[in-house]
Design a protein around this ligand. Sequence first.
Ligand SMILES: C[S@@+](CC[C@H](N)C(=O)[O-])C[C@H]1O[C@@H](n2cnc3c(N)ncnc32)[C@H](O)[C@@H]1O
Length: 246
Amino acid sequence: MNWNAAAYQNRHSYVWQHGESLLELLKPQAGERILDLGCGPGQLTEQIAASGAAVIGLDSDPAMIAQAQTNYPDITFQVGDAANFQLSEPVDAVFSNAALHWVTQAEPAAHCIAAALKLGGRFIVEFGGKGNVQTILKALSEVSRRSLNPWYFPSLSEYATLLESAGLEVVYAHLFDRPMPLGEAGLAGWLEMFGQRFFTDLSAEAWAETVRAVEAAAPQLYQEKEWIADYRRLRVIAMKPDEELL
Ligand SMILES: C[S@@+](CC[C@H](N)C(=O)[O-])C[C@H]1O[C@@H](n2cnc3c(N)ncnc32)[C@H](O)[C@@H]1O
């Protein structure tokens, strides 16, 4: 699925700005090898590199990887699919912000992540959890009269179970509301960046009409002169055990 990397970088910086607190859970150390999975244009990858860790950014979208490489020429970026990748050497940590709800093949992704980690390595992830953007999704489904479920928004127990079945040990998991001010992009900009790809059959006029109808169907998201998306995030820390647990 193609991304408009420049528009993402220019109008949706709130995504990685919120990811910065996830770096506090990662605690990257100098000398570590870390994978940033679904790295996008690389702003968080660069912050990991600033810790002195050797970081690799992986993303399935060639335009995102090209943007990341332009932004940060000294970092290694690669095109690759989270559900089908292998690293030449295992890493101390896999980090992923706001990417894995795009990966509907969650089971193979969990296996690839587990395989990429060293024994004792850690997986630090945040993405959309069950109920994420429910108001927007409901309005979009009603307005378009399509049954839409394009993202993977698992519950906490569903995702923890999936990671355990891939051989990881979940040591922390938190599902929480994070109302997200959409800034100047507004709901129309959010829909254009993240939703329009599911409506490629619509003309520009039909899409504009859909956006207007979604705005009219979800007035509760317009608060104090700003559109606020009903984000719900799932944060997880999982470890690859040093030895097989009994
Ligand atoms: C919202 S962006 C987040 C980018 C970055 N992590 C950040 O915090 O700004 C989601 C990213 O997930 C990537 N992505 C989607 N599906 C993917 C897949 N199957 N494998 C790897 N990356 C994927 C997209 O290309 C996009 O760059």
